[in-house]
Design a protein around this ligand. Sequence first.
Ligand SMILES: Nc1ncnc2c1ncn2[C@@H]1O[C@H](COP(=O)(O)OP(=O)(O)OP(=O)(O)O)[C@@H](O)[C@H]1O
Ligand SMILES: [Mg+2]
Length: 494
Amino acid sequence: MLEDRTQPLLRVSALLKTFPGLTALDHLDLEVRSGEILALVGHNGSGKSTLMKILAGVYTADGGAFETAPGTELHFIHQDLALIEQLSAAENLALRSDEGAAGLSPYRERRIREHARELITRFGPEFDVTCPLHQLSPAQRAVVAISRAMDGWTHSRNVLFLDEPTESLHRSEVEVLFQAVRRLAAEGAGIVFVSHRLDEVWSLADRVVGLRDGQKVIDQPVVEMLETQLIEIVTGAPHEDAGADGTPASAAGDRALHVRGLSGGSVTNFDLDLHAGEIVGIAGTLGSGREAVPALLYGSMEADAEVFEAGETPLRRRTPATSLRHGITFVPADRGRLAVVRDFTARENLTLPHLAATTRAFAPIDSRAERAEAAGAFAEYEVRPARTEQRIALFSGGNQQKIVIARSMHRRPRVLLLDEPTQGVDVGAKSAIYTAVRRGAAAGTAVIVSSSDAKELATLCDRVLVMRDGEVGAELTGSQLTERAIVAEAYGLP
Ligand SMILES: Nc1ncnc2c1ncn2[C@@H]1O[C@H](COP(=O)(O)OP(=O)(O)OP(=O)(O)O)[C@@H](O)[C@H]1O
Ligand SMILES: [Mg+2]
């Protein structure tokens, strides 16, 4: 144990972790000091989550060691949140506290609910804490995970690890989280946060530790770093602007979707005319309806529409199956939970919705053709490692995401619905995804992008619909379409 108060709260020495055929952590040294916010950055698959999992006891290291100062506890918010879907927010939060001893009583239930409410309202608006977790939005689930990790600290000299905690949060929620994190650090905690968002690294971190292929390539105070330096670490390549490769595809083409009076969830009377080759953004704050639009168009969320036509074909009863049949595909934001079959290989996940196209009735699946196709998609989307036969659950979070996006893009759908397409992917992959979306649009796919990232929408889209209170509050095109204008319309600023 570390004794001296000037000593770090956590010291990691020569940590080694190998998986068959690859070294995920290569003799990593790291110190976390009291009061310090440390950003852990690196490309997808560089070993960030592996480090956290070893410290949390999920994985065992193959070499090296780590030690903590006396009394220092390590708390974690993992990339997949590690919540129990069937339980309510209140029950998930009670799992960590001492309340369990009191037995089941209406009194205890009320206490649990009140405690949960108290915790979550630190991060923003209250929601129903008795609702099962799988019915909550990504942001609400993240709030539960964060509240849980910060509940019940008996002293301040702990270390909190956050593995991409802001992935599903909106800008205003991110600020609340950052304030909480800064407060903890000011009280003496050590913070380690993983993020691919460089602006977050700039605004929050005191020090940056960069990983590349499991090795530490930089460990430096943030004030001494140049932005280009940081970008080079996370991409492993000299910096190119993710949005610099060409102008958005032009918006002329056949009708892809014609929708009138679409209502469902928090959205009312949504109208849309979408044409082949167009990239249309959906912006808005959390709760504006922005996050519901793709699922409503896809039919995975219950919706009514006065008119709904794919091309010239009216679709009456819409389900995900009928949507797919009419060339409408959807990549949800919550990819880990909704879009991946965890026990299948990456290749199987990649070809999953297309079995009908590669299979004749009663014929075996043509796995050689599939493999070639998967290898091509892996190269195009820079999936690492390039092992198409590995179980998808063993890929890093960002790489799973690239695979799901590749899957949807690959067969040139008529309409591609994307929800938060670049959350959690590194700068290099972001650029690859933008390129692929533009290429898809140029080939005739009509694309809808719902995103909380105004810069992303301004970069990628031909026009952007800004949602407010469940309706389209503004439509921005041409020279009006800027990051600033999107934010202003979303928040109703002058
Ligand atoms: N259980 C496992 N079995 C095999 N390989 C694994 C396993 N867990 C992780 N890996 C591999 O170890 C490497 C590091 O993965 P890790 O999840 O730590 O990356 P990361 O830096 O968190 O990436 P991301 O930014 O995409 O989340 C990757 O190549 C990943 O495929
Ligand atoms: Mg990770």
